[in-house]
Design a protein around this ligand. Structure first.
Ligand code: NAD
Length: 296
């Protein structure tokens, strides 16, 4: 199968690598020439624009930073919709707001192109290992067309409903994740300040009712979970800046729906303050540093 893949960053590049490994031919486009050259060595074909990439492909996949990039890659003169053939299945895997997902899909429908949204979870590790979760908002026919391809990049492929529902699932999950990380940070820091061994405390939490992914897999306290970013200086993982973006999407969607997200709004402000301190590039679990005395 010939697949256009546009947006080859921390997530897109390993996803594209897995598609090449599975035997597909890829038409690649990104603004970053270095990553294009690297993937061309594996057999990918470099395109000159999103339009060019989409023009002679059987499927189109995009993985871009935010809504403005998605609009531009699809709707500009040199964009996907200017080149794609009618009837080609198209999927955007970026995390963006549900309304933009619906708007761009509507523009695609005007060209007889069925387009859906499929944001992912699982991080860069999951992208490399091919174990991502895809939350797909699409027509049943589009979901069926993409499922075998998504299985080459992920393990859990979920049809959430119509276009936009993938994004809704993603932002609700990340709203909860942003909040739960702050909760675990407070509990770990309080225990430490009161004098309990943090390893003992984490063990209790992880076999008690406070247990969650932020405590048992991605604990923010250094040294508790060897594989968590906290144990390697908060490098790698999921950047606080991206968490801030997702909380912004959640609070904005909530505003439009007249739905309160009280803890989400507080969490957003805490990550905003972290970003202002210059720590936006650290993994989001470094939010715990706001609860700790600086050493030295
Ligand atoms: P990234 O910034 O590493 O990569 C984005 C890529 O898009 C870059 O290579 C950039 O050059 C390219 N790009 C930007 N504008 C472009 C344009 N106009 N035309 C072509 N290419 C363009 O981002 P990422 O970490 O790969 O994340 C991608 C998306 O996945 C984001 O929406 C993010 O929120 C989401 N996501 C990220 C993670 C993670 O752990 N990094 C996890 C889940 C979801």
């Amino acid at each position: 199968m010939r697949i256009a893949f546009i947006g080859l960053g921390n997530m897109g590049a390993p996803m594209a690598r897995n598609l090449i490994k599975a035997g597909n031919e890829l038409n690649l486009f990104d603004l970053n020439q270095a990553v294009l050259a690297e993937l061309a060595e594996l057999g990918g074909q470099i395109s000159t624009s999103p339009r060019d990439a989409a023009a002679n492909s059987d499927l189109v996949i995009t993985m871009l930073p935010a809504a403005q990039h998605v609009r531009s890659v699809y709707l500009s003169e040199d964009g996907v919709l200017a080149g794609v053939r009618a009837g080609t299945p198209v999927l955007d895997c970026s995390t963006i707001d549900p309304q933009t997902a619906r708007d761009v899909s509507r523009a695609a429908a005007a060209k007889e192109v069925d387009m859906g949204d499929a944001p992912v979870s699982g991080g860069t590790g999951g992208a490399a290992a091919g174990t991502l979760t895809f939350m797909v908002g699409a027509t049943p026919a589009l979901f069926a067309a993409f499922k075998p391809v998504l299985e080459q990049m992920g393990r859990n492929i979920v049809h959430c409903g119509e276009v936009g529902t993938g994004q809704i699932a993603k932002i609700c999950n990340n709203l909860l994740l942003g909040i739960s990380m702050i909760g675990v940070s407070e509990a770990m820091a309080l225990g430490n300040a009161l004098g309990i061994d943090t390893q003992v405390l984490a063990g209790i939490i992880n076999s008690s009712t406070g247990r969650c992914w932020s405590s048992d897999t991605y604990n923010p306290w250094p040294g508790i979970i060897e594989t968590a970013p906290a144990s390697r200086g908060y490098t790698g993982g999921f950047g606080a800046e991206l968490m801030l973006k997702d909380l912004g999407l959640a609070t904005e969607a909530a505003r439009q729906a007249h739905q309160p997200v009280i803890l989400g709004a507080v969490a957003q402000q805490l990550y905003q303050a972290m970003s202002l301190r210059g720590d936006g590039g650290k993994d989001f679990s470094a939010i715990v540093e706001g609860y700790r005395k600086k050493e030295g």
